[in-house]
Design a protein around this ligand. Structure first.
Ligand SMILES: Nc1ncnc2c1ncn2[C@@H]1O[C@H](COP(=O)(O)OP(=O)(O)OP(=O)(O)O)[C@@H](O)[C@H]1O
Ligand SMILES: [Mg+2]
Length: 506
């Protein structure tokens, strides 16, 4: 080991190098190798605590006598052995005569390697123990040298914490980038087809979207499952001035109620058991962009109050935090529930409902815009073909068949049916025979085929359909099940008859 003055300069150099690297791995190696190479330490090691396993010190870097990380001291519980005690008591352990010091038990190993000094320091940052830095040397160290090493350990702590933060931020950024790429891809995919539909009902929704997108107004998307709420949320973000910012989605129904708050607003370290590190919430992640609160109707009542505060004050408090954090986020919420009914039932706060309901967009169910069904079907089949499914066209009969169904799962269900059909079809066209049995409209709850004629108060479509069904059934009965004969009786083709039989489940 060098004299104290030289030591100071050398530590300064090592410190500078470690502060320059931001990858945790490099920082750790720089510290341990620096101590061995520049300070002639016989061995230098670092143990760190991992957030997911708070009570254990993990050997993460080792230079000199042993470079193995999986040896006998790879995991040291807090408080046990000298290393664990240094962490638990946050007190350095230094000895310039380890062979005589009763605290050191492994005398043979120490003697065999000619070691006389051991110096171990807690690595601390912001009142948090990060781990332990320890080194062995073959000569005694002076008080001054030990003091310098203590200062070095403090610098090392900062470098480690910075590298950790850097890694965290990088991961977050990557995740956001991945999320954005994914969104872009999805949009790109839909981009070729866009939001498909020209029906009056959908056009109204699209016009509303175009009007509200450039503003920062909160938007509430309403509609049954599969009507395109998420698609609209993405389009809204993409048409807004925030399009280059993040679009972050929270599925309020998918998060355990006890975690909703931490998920949305983040938490400070120690806010609750398991909160071993500060965590940014989705609101903060969405800063400068759009936050999509999906299934908002499922948000627990307590969280609703906090959400209201963020919406009105653009400020939030992390769980366990004391100072407010400002956020610039545009909120888009969606639900397939009737929120005003939820308010009446006491399950949703009225004040939050009014805040969210600034600009509601109602997405019509597919059965209320049947004229969009053929367009959607063709767009889906074309985009499926682009993704490698057999290119196909949809027969007119098949389109009519699809248009007759009520689609309780809306566009999503239509998409799924066509995806299956595209895979099944080997002929380059999708016919009725490639489609599953779909109950005609009015029969979504599953009629068994033996239906009453539609009552006289029913819409024209249903009455005509019921009439058509009775004609086909009658012809089949008269032809004793012979389809060619039944088709002849009805003066139609056999294919059409088969289609109608399928349509009416005969
Ligand atoms: N108008 C449309 N044009 C093209 N594709 C659409 C349209 N509407 C919906 N889709 C597609 O249908 C599927 C379901 O849409 P989306 O996920 O947006 O529905 P949702 O309203 O969020 O449903 P849920 O309430 O079940 O979450 C998606 O694949 C979406 O791309
Ligand atoms: Mg959705």
């Amino acid at each position: 080991m060098k004299a104290a003055a030289g030591l100071e300069a050398t530590l300064g150099r090592v410190g500078l190098r470690m502060a320059r690297s931001l990858e945790l791995r490099d920082v750790l190696d720089e510290i341990t190798r620096g101590l061995v190479r520049d300070l002639e330490a016989a061995m230098a090691r670092i143990w760190l605590i991992r957030p997911e396993e708070p009570g254990v010190l993990h050997l993460v870097a080792s230079a000199g006598l042993s470079e193995r990380l999986d040896g006998s001291h790879a995991r040291i519980p807090f408080g046990s052995l000298k290393i664990g005690q240094i962490a638990a008591t946050r007190t350095p352990v230094c000895s310039s005569d380890v062979l005589e010091d009763p605290r050191f038990t492994d005398k043979t190993w120490l003697k065999d390697n000619g070691l006389v000094t051991c110096a171990g320091y807690p690595l601390e940052f912001d009142d948090e123990v990060l781990g332990v830095l320890a080194m062995f040397a073959r000569r005694p160290l002076t008080e001054l040298e030990l003091e310098w090493l203590g200062i070095f350990a403090a610098q090392a702590s900062v470098a480690i914490e910075n590298a950790r933060l850097f890694t965290e931020v990088t991961t977050l950024t990557r995740r956001l980038e991945a999320e954005n790429t994914y969104l872009k891809e999805e949009l790109g995919d839909a981009g070729r087809t866009g939001i498909v539909g020209q029906s009056a009902a959908l056009t109204r929704a699209l016009e509303a979207l175009a009007r509200v997108a450039p503003t920062r107004s909160t938007v509430l998307l309403l509609g049954e499952t599969g009507t395109g709420k998420e698609l609209f949320a993405r389009a809204l973000h993409d048409k807004s001035p925030r399009r280059d910012g993040p679009l972050v989605k929270v599925n309020c129904a998918a998060i355990a109620p006890s975690l909703v708050e931490s998920e949305l607003f983040g938490h400070e370290k120690g806010a609750f058991t398991g909160a071993v590190q500060r965590r940014l919430g989705r609101f903060e992640l969405a800063h400068g962009g759009t936050l999509f609160l999906d299934e908002i109707g499922e948000l627990p009542l307590e969280t609703q109050a906090k959400l209201l505060r963020v919406l009105s004050e653009h400020e939030l408090e992390r769980v366990g935090g004391t100072k407010p954090v400002r956020v610039d986020v545009r909120v888009v919420a969606a639900t397939n529930r009737d929120l005003s009914a939820q308010v009446e039932a006491g399950r949703f706060r009225a004040d939050l409902f009014f805040r969210l309901n600034v600009f509601p967009i109602e997405l019509p169910p597919l059965r209320e815009r049947r004229d969009d069904i053929p367009r959607l079907a063709e767009a889906f089949v074309a985009s499926l073909a682009n993704r490698g499914a057999a290119p196909a066209t949809v027969d007119d009969d098949a389109l009519a068949y699809l248009s007759a169904y009520d689609w309780p799962g809306n566009v999503r269900e239509l998409h799924n049916v066509l995806e299956r059909a595209s895979i099944l079809s080997r002929t380059g066209r999708i016919g009725v025979e490639d489609l599953p049995d779909l109950a005609p409209r009015g029969e979504v709850d599953g009629g068994d085929g033996d239906r009453e004629p539609a009552p006289s108060g029913a819409p024209l479509r249903e009455r005509v359909s019921a009439y058509e069904r009775s004609l086909v059934a009658d012809a089949l009965q008269r032809a004793e099940g012979n389809q060619s004969e039944a088709a002849r009786l009805l003066r139609t083709s056999r294919a059409t008859l088969q289609y109608k039989m399928k349509l009416h489940r005969l």
